[in-house]
Design a protein around this ligand. Structure first.
Ligand SMILES: Cc1cc2nc3c(=O)[nH]c(=O)nc-3n(C[C@H](O)[C@H](O)[C@H](O)COP(=O)(O)O)c2cc1C
Length: 171
């Protein structure tokens, strides 16, 4: 069974939906950014297993990609902040380093960004809210789609389908 590293960034949008997708899968290990850990608490939700929070400056966990431990990296949900870093090659946090190292080790990546459309109607921690993605956020998602080995999902259903597609290639 393919093993998945699943990164959770500090996003409320798609958080519950992403964890629902993850809960239906086996062989998933979770990693949360510092903001991800905070937002999980704010939303009062917990992943199916405790997320790793690697606070090392170099992200020790990224060595696992070179070692072949994971067959797939999923980042869901992915904040506009992390997506911006992905597309400009910045890897100065755990999640951005996992993204960069998975790419360098040619491990497939699936990303569910929060900002894929101009108007985002989302369920906040306690009430529904409307967010307006900025042009820079939308442009960065388009740039991410051009990355080799990266699939960008726009909904939880697309996320689930993209993971299934990558897994079917491995098994
Ligand atoms: C409750 C809460 C919900 C948030 N939801 C989002 C979101 O849906 N999308 C987003 O881009 N940023 C969101 N943010 C802001 C990010 O957490 C913030 O930009 C953070 O620096 C991202 O860090 P990371 O990308 O390393 O996880 C949210 C912040 C809070 C406090």
């Amino acid at each position: 069974m393919a093993k998945i590293a699943w990164g959770i960034t500090g996003a409320g949008h798609f958080l519950r939906e992403s964890l629902d997708v993850a809960a239906a899968l086996s062989g998933v290990e979770f990693f949360a950014s510092e903001a991800g850990a905070e937002v999980l608490k704010i939303y009062g939700v917990t992943p199916p297993s405790a997320p790793r929070e690697d606070k090392s400056a170099s992200t020790f966990a990224c060595r696992a990609f070179a070692a072949g431990t994971y067959d797939l990296l999923v980042i869901a949900p992915a904040t506009s902040n992390s997506v911006a870093k992905f597309v400009y090659g910045i890897s100065d946090t755990m999640i951005t380093t996992l993204f960069a190292q998975a790419g360098k080790c040619r491990v497939p990546i699936v990303v569910l960004p929060t900002d894929t459309q101009e108007i985002i109607d989302t369920m906040g921690a306690t009430k529904p809210m409307r967010i307006y993605a900025r042009p820079v956020d939308l442009e960065n998602v388009e740039k991410l789609k051009l990355f080799p080995g990266v699939k960008v999902a726009a909904t939880a259903a697309e996320l689930s389908a993209a993971i299934a597609e990558v897994r079917s290639r491995k098994e």
